[in-house]
Design a protein around this ligand. Structure first.
Ligand SMILES: [Zn+2]
Length: 195
């Protein structure tokens, strides 16, 4: 037998196994949506955040849905090893109850070409008609899903994400200065002086 054919068969089998696994992952997702009893559309930001990372929001006629991802690294300094847990929060019809502090920062929205300066609250208190939480554990390879009781408080990058996505949902986007309006400042260094 031509060894090339054998090789192709091997690849074909691997590809087939991968397809089966992906298919069963998709079936799990479908069952999950049924069990949680939420509209399929509302689940999309959640799946995007789980599959591709980052924060997502979706506005339909019936629901505002927003998914926010938080990452927590647990590191054991003695053993010098750890893992990063990912927590995804899905909010159905979210509303911000309180914003505290102002943080000026550069952000890049997926829909836009340039990074721009925006102001975000440092801390937000947010509630929703439904809050569903997923914890992705790369150690156990499990995604644990549970309902959560609001309101919840977020700080830092998840608070910025919430503020960003809420803006998309309300359709009121802030306009700021762009990165290309910055100035580069080259400080005097020993290397410069030598030239
Ligand atoms: Zn955006």
């Amino acid at each position: 037998m031509d060894p090339n054919i054998l090789n192709h068969q091997k690849e074909y089998k691997l590809e087939y196994k991968k397809l089966l696994k992906q298919l069963s992952f998709g079936i799990q997702e479908k069952k999950l949506i049924e069990n949680l009893e939420i509209p399929e559309d509302a689940f999309l930001p959640f799946l995007f955040s789980i599959k591709f990372g980052g924060d997502w929001s979706l506005k339909t006629d019936s629901v505002n849905a927003m998914a926010i991802k938080e990452k927590i690294t647990r590191y054991n300094a003695d053993k010098m090893e750890g893992y990063t847990l990912e927590k995804v929060f899905l909010f159905l019809n979210p509303r911000i109850l309180k914003e505290t502090g102002r943080v000026r920062r550069l952000e890049k929205c997926g829909n836009k070409k340039d990074r721009e300066i925006v102001e975000r609250p440092f801390r937000v208190k947010v509630d929703a008609e439904r809050i569903i939480n997923a914890v992705l554990d790369p150690f156990t390879m499990k995604i644990t899903i549970k309902d959560m009781q609001g309101p919840l408080i977020f700080e830092g990058s998840s608070a910025y994400g919430i503020s960003h996505e809420m803006e998309h949902l309300s359709g009121s986007e802030s306009k700021g200065k762009f990165l290309w309006e910055f100035k580069y400042i080259l400080k005097d260094t020993e290397i410069n002086k030598q030239k």
